[in-house]
Design a protein around this ligand. Structure first.
Ligand code: ATP
Ligand code: MG
Length: 340
């Protein structure tokens, strides 16, 4: 017997763990705006500051990064009158449901998470417990809104799958169908933008090398320089996409061009077949500047009025809380806890 009808709802988040990258834009932000504008489902977007502190953050920088990320959302097309836009720590339901999910998720599931292995590296005894538990909090982020669709980059697929497992196990353990089983939505030409220095590693805002990524706040010169220095191979661009097999760096630049231009990777390869990177890279740099500079100037304009950003976040938190609070209350009841 269904307790609730799970109406479609979109949730996704980004950590204020540094400045936004081209990977965040193509894999997440750009698609968040498109989803909002399609208007067929309510959209909830979150600055996940509680995830950011799984790795130590300078408090002042975290504050600034939270506002700057909010500006990045708005500059990329998220309209706070159409989407709910807020920061995670302002809505207590994330932490409350996160604890329940820490008790639902199994240690073995968490040990299989590749992001934890990547981020912890050889240092796994010394990273925070929060970094390990992160996917259970992410499940709470999604399920505290009963979200059904989660637009993310390829790197987050495993975490959304874990969220599905947590929803299913909670429902089974308590004999309910209270939580929906959400779908990852991974689409577009650049679902996994790679580092400009290493085509086997994803571009990340927390990568120590600034040359590995394009930041949304980079100016035209920085973008051109980074693309010019991006690692490639000596071969020209092939006639067809198959010719990019085993050439991860070249494939990455083609994917970026495709995502920025709205063409398919096949079309881009056909257009530049036989050309050298000496020709392709400047064309890519021009395209990137053309697409990113309006976003970057809008971000700096918005950052001049931090009080307005705070008002937007506070309003978004109120709207988010109105959805989350009754869901947490019901989850507590299902579990048999008297609180909330
Ligand atoms: P960090 O290095 O701190 O983890 P990040 O750059 O990976 O930062 P997140 O906040 O973890 O950014 O992820 C925000 C969203 O951006 C997620 O949906 C994620 O899948 C997407 N994303 C992150 N990096 C890329 C990338 N290189 N290509 C495509 N999507 C990406
Ligand atoms: Mg990440």
């Amino acid at each position: 017997m269904a307790e609730v009808v799970h109406t479609p709802r979109v949730f996704s988040g980004i950590q204020p763990s540094g400045g936004l990258t081209l990977g965040n834009y193509l894999g997440a932000l750009k698609r968040f705006g498109e989803t909002q504008d399609r208007g067929d489902m309510p959209t909830i977007y979150c600055i996940v500051d509680m995830h950011a502190i799984t790795v130590w953050q300078d408090p002042e920088k975290l504050n600034r990064a939270t506002r700057e990320l909010t500006a990045g959302f708005i500059a990329s097309g998220i309209d706070p009158t159409k989407s709910i836009l807020f920061n995670q720590s302002a809505v207590p339901g994330h932490a409350q449901l996160g604890w329940i999910f820490n008790c639902v998720a199994r240690l073995g599931w968490m040990q299989r998470m590749t992001q934890f292995k990547d981020k912890a590296g050889k240092n796994s005894e010394n990273v925070s417990l929060g970094l390990f538990a992160y996917p259970a909090l992410m499940a709470a982020d999604i399920l505290v809104y009963h979200a059904t669709h989660v637009p993310v980059g390829e790197d987050q697929k495993q975490h959304v799958e874990l969220t599905r497992d947590i929803a299913i196990k909670f429902n089974n353990d308590y004999g309910t169908d209270f939580f929906p089983v959400p779908e990852p939505v991974i689409e577009g030409a650049a679902t996994r933008v790679m580092s400009l220095r290493d085509g086997t590693k994803k571009m990340s805002k927390s990568d120590p090398s600034d040359m590995s990524r394009i930041n949304l706040t980079d100016d035209a010169d920085a973008i051109a320089k980074k693309i010019k220095k991006a690692k490639t191979d000596p071969e020209p661009l092939p006639e067809t996409l198959e010719g990019l097999e085993g050439r991860p760096e070249a494939r990455n630049l083609v994917n970026i061009y495709a995502a920025l231009s709205g063409k398919t990777a096949d079309e881009v390869v056909a257009e530049y077949a036989g050309q050298q990177f000496g020709t392709f890279k400047p064309a890519l740099a021009d395209l990137a500047v053309e697409r990113l500079s309006p976003i970057s100037s809008e971000m700096s304009r918005l950052m001049q009025d931090p009080a307005e950003i705070d008002r937007i976040l506070a309003h978004g938190a109120e709207q988010a809380n109105a959805i989350a609070e009754p869901i947490v209350r019901r989850a507590y009841q299902i579990v048999g806890m008297v609180g909330a």
